[in-house]
Design a protein around this ligand. Sequence first.
Ligand SMILES: *[C@@H]1O[C@H](CO)[C@@H](O)[C@H](O)[C@H]1NC(C)=O
Ligand SMILES: *[C@@H]1O[C@H](CO)[C@@H](O)[C@H](O)[C@H]1NC(C)=O
Ligand SMILES: *[C@@H]1O[C@H](CO)[C@@H](O)[C@H](O)[C@H]1NC(C)=O
Ligand SMILES: *[C@@H]1O[C@H](CO)[C@@H](O)[C@H](O)[C@H]1NC(C)=O
Length: 172
Amino acid sequence: MARFTVLIAAVILAFVVAAPVPEVTAKKYTVGDNKFWNPNINYTIWAQGKHFYLGDWLYFVFDRNQHNILEVNKTDYESCISDHPIRNWTRGAGRDVVTLNVTKHYYLLDGKGGCYGGMKLAVKVEKLPPPPKSAPVKNVGSVSMVTGLAQFMIPAALFSVSTMWDAFLMMW
Ligand SMILES: *[C@@H]1O[C@H](CO)[C@@H](O)[C@H](O)[C@H]1NC(C)=O
Ligand SMILES: *[C@@H]1O[C@H](CO)[C@@H](O)[C@H](O)[C@H]1NC(C)=O
Ligand SMILES: *[C@@H]1O[C@H](CO)[C@@H](O)[C@H](O)[C@H]1NC(C)=O
Ligand SMILES: *[C@@H]1O[C@H](CO)[C@@H](O)[C@H](O)[C@H]1NC(C)=O
């Protein structure tokens, strides 16, 4: 019986060790894909069906003499006002990254042309969905179960050894 329990514990332990750790990777989106940050692209349509999660980033490629990237609030976004940006994401090279590290709506627009040609993009950043398996909880459960079995089995094994020893002595 004890041996069987050890076997079960070993199987559980092997399962726990072999369980794949769900991979969480941040995604990089090139805004506008191969058309980049340019006029006459509907970025609302570009963003449709995409899910932006905490840690993802937006990569903007554009002509630095013509455009920039400013983050504004919702009202300013709707009216394309760039006079009081929340943040200037432009660094000067025409290659800029917006790190989506806050769960909120990001309202971005081209401040140089005042949304010229519809150059504005709003994205909603969400928390990462929970991994498909509740792996950490399961692992903790199995490990403590193994530990529990060991705690139970070691005294039991010692007890049976001493019982056998007593029996052996009685035979003398
Ligand atoms: C956005 O900023 C403008 C100018 O600072 C302000 O008048 C407006 O109330 C703000 N809107 C929101 C939703 O915060
Ligand atoms: C944004 O920052 C860049 C780089 O520092 C600067 O050249 C540019 O003038 C700034 N634009 C605005 C609107 O603040
Ligand atoms: C998010 O990223 C920006 C730019 O890298 C940084 O300035 C800001 O402090 C970050 N915010 C948080 C909450 O990590
Ligand atoms: C972009 O497409 C959306 C959804 O079809 C539409 O509501 C919006 O008016 C378009 N924007 C421009 C600037 O054409």
